[in-house]
Design a protein around this ligand. Structure first.
Ligand SMILES: Cc1cc2nc3c(=O)[nH]c(=O)nc-3n(C[C@H](O)[C@H](O)[C@H](O)COP(=O)(O)OP(=O)(O)OC[C@H]3O[C@@H](n4cnc5c(N)ncnc54)[C@H](O)[C@@H]3O)c2cc1C
Length: 486
């Protein structure tokens, strides 16, 4: 009976386990293939499963400690939700109320300036709202106009997002948009993250069209044409979540797995290739498996794989991770009425604050707060402020409350607060990341029966993690001659 170990019980490991479970159940139904039944064991270091996906509750409000949603455009997470019976639980963001502000710091004062309509990530595609926006200086607006005539440019080597954005729009665009947007997604910095790994579409557009503005407009027209051609489907929301929060996905996945296969509080110390398989050492026990799916963060994977292959371990250890802190504050209906409309605000580095962003959760999604409550969720940390993790919860709350007062004049006493610290949880795809992935894949191929999954490789969002776990399981099953796409 083929035995497979999964290391790490976050969404990547759980998606891998679910793929194996589906296969196991289909094998169980077939007597003729009974010799092909598989067995899997999932090792998770923490006492609970789900990794950074944690949903909490307070005062009738739903609180996300980690991810609050996923991009609708990436189908893998929603597809998995439908498979595990959560199709009717999927909810979309309230895009009619979508409005995001940037904090402008001028003359010692903070001002919320709405991001102009037509901005796609940081690329302006509508002339009038951009020209009229008080967000950009005249100099940047002139750069935007000139960008329209940017010649095609194929970079010889990878570069940072900041380098590319600066070439097209100048440094103000890096400070006001590129950096805060990347902080929100990666907890990373535009001056470090790789364009090819993080914004591959931009690199392609630049090579083909030159101007990002023209290329974006063209792709938007194309998308509109396709949508019009397809039945008159309602527009899809930008973000998707679940009525009862992201942990609903974890709970539904766990409910579909055999409890006997799930070993929580079981950190794996080492993986050793042995007897055409792998010896997995966890605690005082070691066990033999035919194959292993490593779904722990790359740095943890490096430590576990050190004795199996020091070169592979060194490449994995070189994938940087940043830490973050989320702080949720609940308020009454007076505060709800006084907060600006929209999804929240981003804080550029030039504003000189520790907060990176804040979300007005009650506006962003339905089913999050009763009508008489407001939820403000703030993000801190990231690559530029790892030290925040060493502060106490009280110190962090003090920083957040001071900055909310300074930025949006919110001085009211919160009804409840929650602080969550996530140490080294967000992978940073630095310049050269794609080349590193190729070296990792070459080394992995020399270790039969090993597959890698998780947010350290090809996408840090929940949908990409689901895809990576599912693909890792399929790869192992295929190596064992057990995969069929059916
Ligand atoms: C604060 C925050 C907000 C985010 N917001 C969003 C969002 O809104 N939308 C979105 O799409 N994505 C978001 N992300 C990113 C996304 O949530 C993560 O990238 C994804 O959930 C990671 O899943 P994972 O399973 O790869 O890793 P993890 O969730 O980190 O799970 C890895 C697991 O491996 C275990 N482990 C580690 N070492 C060992 C070992 N030696 N033995 C056994 N187990 C081990 C850990 O305990 C952990 O449970 C956010 C991330 C954070 C931290």
């Amino acid at each position: 009976m083929p035995r497979i170990a999964i290391i790490g019980g976050g969404i990547s490991g759980l998606s891998a386990a679910f793929t194996l479970e589906e296969k196991r159940q289909s094998g169980a139904q077939s007597d003729t293939h009974s010799e092909r039944k598989i067995e899997y064991v999932l090792f998770e270091a923490a006492p609970r499963l789900g990794g950074v996906m944690v949903t909490d509750r307070a005062d009738g409000c739903l609180i996300e400690a980690g991810p609050d949603s996923f991009l609708t455009e990436k189908p893998w997470a929603a597809d998995l939700c439908r498979k595990i019976g959560l199709g009717d639980q999927l909810i979309g963001s309230n895009d009619a109320d979508r409005k995001t502000y940037i904090v402008l710091h001028k003359n010692d004062k903070n001002k919320l300036v709405v991001m102009p309509d037509g901005l796609m990530f940081m690329v302006p595609t509508k002339i009038l709202p951009t020209v009229l926006s008080p967000l950009f200086s005249l100099r940047t607006k002139m750069r935007m106009a000139a960008e329209w005539f940017h010649p095609p440019h194929k970079a010889d080597a990878d570069e940072t997002v900041a380098q590319m954005v600066e070439r097209h729009y100048g440094s103000e665009m890096v400070d006001l948009l590129a950096d805060p947007l990347l902080s929100g997604v990666y907890g990373g910095e535009a001056t470090d993250l790789s364009v090819r790994a993080v914004l591959p579409r931009f690199a392609d557009m630049e090579a083909k069209h030159g101007s990002l503005g023209r290329a974006m407009l063209r792709s938007r027209k194309e998308a509109r044409r396709k949508m019009a051609a397809a039945a008159k489907a309602p527009p899809r929301p930008l973000f998707t979540s679940l009525k009862e929060g992201m942990q609903q996905m974890v709970d539904a996945l766990v409910a579909r797995l055999d409890p006997a296969t799930l070993r929580t509080s079981s950190p794996v110390q080492s993986l050793i290739p042995q007897d055409n398989g792998w010896t997995v050492a966890a605690g005082y026990q070691s066990d033999h498996f035919d194959a292993v799916i490593m779904a722990a963060p790359a740095r943890a994977a490096a430590a576990v794989l050190e004795s199996a292959d020091a070169n592979l371990a060194a490449e994995l250890a070189a994938i940087n991770y940043s830490s973050s802190v989320t702080v949720t504050l609940g308020y009454d209906e007076n505060v709800r009425r006084s907060l600006p409309p929209g999804f929240g605000f981003l804080v550029p580095r030039s504003a000189g604050r520790r907060m990176l962003a804040a979300t007005f959760v009650h506006n962003k999604f339905p089913h999050r707060a009763p009508e008489n409550r407001a939820i403000v969720r703030c993000f801190l940390g990231g690559a530029r402020d790892e030290q925040i993790l060493d502060s106490t919860e009280d110190q962090i709350l003090q920083i957040v409350r001071d900055e909310l007062r300074q930025i949006i004049g919110l001085a009211a006493e919160p009804l409840f607060t929650r602080v969550y610290k996530w140490r080294a949880a967000m992978a940073q795809y630095s310049v050269g990341h794609l080349e590193r992935l190729q070296r990792i894949e070459a080394l992995r191929q020399k270790l039969p029966g090993l597959a890698l999954a998780g947010n350290g490789f090809s996408g840090i969002g929940v949908p990409d993690c689901v895809r990576s776990g599912t693909e890792a399981a399929s790869k192992i099953l295929s190596e064992m001659g057990m995969w069929s796409a059916a």
